[in-house]
Design a protein. Structure first.
Length: 332
């Protein structure tokens, strides 16, 4: 079996910058509260008629393909992770496929929220390992801004999320010491409703009612304290799992790229793993939490900033709604 490697990486974020001060005009919140509790300073929101979940994914993909010196026609499969697809169905993978002018290759949507990109990466990795495909586009893209409640009731959630997209091209690695060394996926559905949007709901006779609009169940609900507690346990656990599986220590890691959930969560992981700040990627201050897009955007920026060199050991990790959590260890 051959390893897969990240042959190209790219990201796209909408032009529209929304600061904490902008949100102060819409709800009872403050720049100080948001910075202190989350580390977020600003985020990007889509522009109607310009940005869609699929076309942001397509733009990130074009950039990743360019870096890999590949053309869209070289892609064998699309795996698209999102919790905010363009439509309820079909998935955004097929829409992005059309956008990129690709015909007949498979397009799979992955619904694993903040862990979605690493789940998707793991699926792509398996297809390359088995020799079934050579070039797999793995995408994470989200438009949160059209699904948030901009009011005092929604403030605990709305200030956190932002829009954007990231993508990688997976291709066969030249050697089995390089590329994706392993991926580790977990889930615990016991907590499914602790971070969720429960409406529209297909178990109700009427899938979408005025009551759902009024009671706020069409907006994300988050038990923030519980999510926080689980996140700070699961992140170190799944990072250590990846390191142990490959015989490494935390000190061997050159760069940790965690899902950008909250700066306090990232700082906690950094301390728990005993890593210096420069070995942990953080860009939440610019984009907020972009869910499935957060890991590939952070990885892409880290690469652009020259923080990843050939031969580096890079660890990706995520935790989120489901609950789901995951990691990937990569020898670059
Ligand atoms: N602005 C101002 N005040 C706010 C606010 C906002 N945007 N949102 C909530 N508050 C208030 C609350 O109403 C509460 O007020 P009270 O004490 O008068 O009741 C107070 O701030 C504290 O709320 P609490 O929810 O306990 O704050 P917290 O310190 O737990 O921080 C989160 C809230 C959401 C930042 C934090 O729980 C968190 O980061 N959780 C994990 C979230 C996450 O990572 N989600 C993504 C999953 S991958």
């Amino acid at each position: 079996m051959r390893n897969s490697k990240i042959a190209g990486i790219g990201h796209y974020v909408p032009d529209n910058v929304v600061t904490n001060k902008d949100l102060e005009k819409l709800m009872d919140t403050s720049d100080e509260w948001i910075r202190e509790r989350t580390g977020i300073v600003e985020r990007r929101y889509f522009t109607e008629g310009v940005d869609t979940t699929a076309n942001m994914g397509a733009e990130a993909s074009r950039r990743a393909l360019q870096m890999a010196n590949l053309e869209a026609k070289d892609v064998d499969m699309i795996i698209f992770a999102t919790l905010s697809p363009d439509y309820v169905f079909p998935g955004s993978g097929v829409i992005m496929q059309r956008e990129l002018g690709l015909k007949e290759i498979p397009a799979l949507d992955v619904r694993n929220q903040c862990s979605g990109f690493i789940y998707a990466l793991s699926v792509g990795d398996q297809f390359i390992k088995t020799g079934m495909y050579n070039n797999v586009l793995v995408v994470g893209a989200e438009i949160h801004s059209t699904g948030l409640e901009f009011s005092d009731r929604g403030r605990g959630v709305s200030v956190i999320f932002g829009d954007g997209a990231g993508a990688v091209v997976l291709s066969p690695s030249e050697s089995n010491d390089k590329g994706i060394l392993s991926t580790h996926l977990h889930a615990d559905g016991e907590f499914a409703e602790e971070l969720a949007v429960t409406a529209p709901n297909s178990n109700k006779k009427e899938r979408l009612t005025h009551e759902m609009l009024d009671d706020g169940s069409v907006y994300p609900y988050m038990n923030g304290n519980l999510v926080f507690k689980h996140a700070v346990t699961r992140f170190p656990e799944v990072i250590n799992e990846a390191l142990e599986k490959n015989g490494y220590q935390p000190s061997d890691v050159d760069l940790l790229v965690p899902h950008q959930a909250n700066l306090r969560i990232t700082s906690y992981i950094q301390q728990k793993m005993g890593l210096p700040a420069e070995k942990v990627m953080s860009n939440i201050h610019k984009y907020g939490n972009t869910t499935a897009a957060s890991v590939p955007i952070a990885l892409s920026e880290a690469y652009q900033e020259g923080r990843i060199k050939e031969g580096d050991l890079v660890c990706l990790a995520a935790f989120g709604s489901g609950f789901t959590w995951a990691s990937a260890l990569i020898r670059w």
